[in-house]
Design a binder for this molecule. Structure first.
Ligand code: ADP
Ligand code: MG
Length: 238
């Protein structure tokens, strides 16, 4: 049971319909996604597990418009972002999508606070209100005392918490995390996983988290497995 079924009166925020992805370039076309369907409402939190190479990152990148579908469509609030021109698509990414990757990708020369503000540089600039939001987010993840530190001066778990704040700074409606705890020890991974779950709920974002950790996936209200190009209920026969 998930909130899609619990809350059918709320309009979906993200709809993925019959999504297909084929990669060309090898000897034969590689059909990675073969009709993925997914419906999520704001505040829904989904973990995706599945074998390496099953297309988890590909699915996440297409939902975040970093890659294009070969078939099917993605709707966000009833709009297909791929109908936009390049500038519109860039705006969509900046306004609606927050990504957390396995590697934090922080800028080493910038402070913790500056790193969280980086996504604002593409927009209208950094006003006091967003600076306050950045500070609030960093306080929220327990880094109030680290604002002026550089990435090399903080731990791996702290760096990943900064990356989570950076992903959230523009209040994205889609928070997409690709093995965000893959480089962390178990205890730190657990803490970062908890933060993602809590912050997505607080911000009413749609959270999709790809993970190898069945323990982490088990803490998500929704858990699906990507297998044979399809998103399946966990444990369902293939
Ligand atoms: P996962 O994240 O589940 O490990 P990926 O989505 O990264 O899997 O990749 C799925 C499959 O698609 C893999 O076999 C991978 O090699 C292939 N693939 C991914 N990106 C490309 C690309 N740009 N061109 C060709 N093949 C790709
Ligand atoms: Mg991957």
């Amino acid at each position: 049971m998930n909130s899609v079924e619990q809350n059918p009166t709320v309009a979906p925020h993200l709809v993925v319909e019959s999504l297909g992805k084929v990669f060309h370039g090898g000897d034969e076309p590689l059909e990675v996604l073969q009709g993925v369907n997914l419906t999520m409402r704001r505040g829904d939190r989904l973990a995706i597990t599945g074998p390496s190479g099953s297309g988890k990152s590909t699915l996440l990148y297409i939902v975040g418009t970093l890659d294009t579908p070969s078939d099917g469509r993605v709707l966000v609030d009833d709009e297909n972002p791929f109908d936009r021109d390049e500038a519109g698509l860039a705006r969509f990414r900046n306004d609606e999508v927050g990504f957390v990757f396995q590697d934090h990708h922080l800028l080493p020369q910038c402070t913790v606070l500056e790193n969280v503000l980086v996504p604002l540089l593409a927009g209208t600039g950094v006003g006091n209100d967003v600076r306050q939001r950045a500070q609030h987010l960093l306080e929220r993840v327990g880094l109030a005392e680290r604002l002026g530190h550089r990435p090399a001066q903080i731990s791996g778990g702290e760096r990943q918490r900064v990356a989570v704040c950076r992903a959230l700074i523009n209040q994205p409606s889609l928070l997409l995390a690709d093995e965000p705890t893959g480089n962390l020890d178990q205890r730190t991974a657990e803490a970062v996983g908890t933060l993602l779950l809590e912050l997505a709920a607080e911000e009413e974002s749609v959270l999709i988290c790809v993970t190898h950790s069945l323990e982490l996936a088990g803490r998500f209200p929704m858990h699906r497995e990507l297998r044979n190009g399809l998103l399946a209920e966990v444990g369902a026969p293939s």
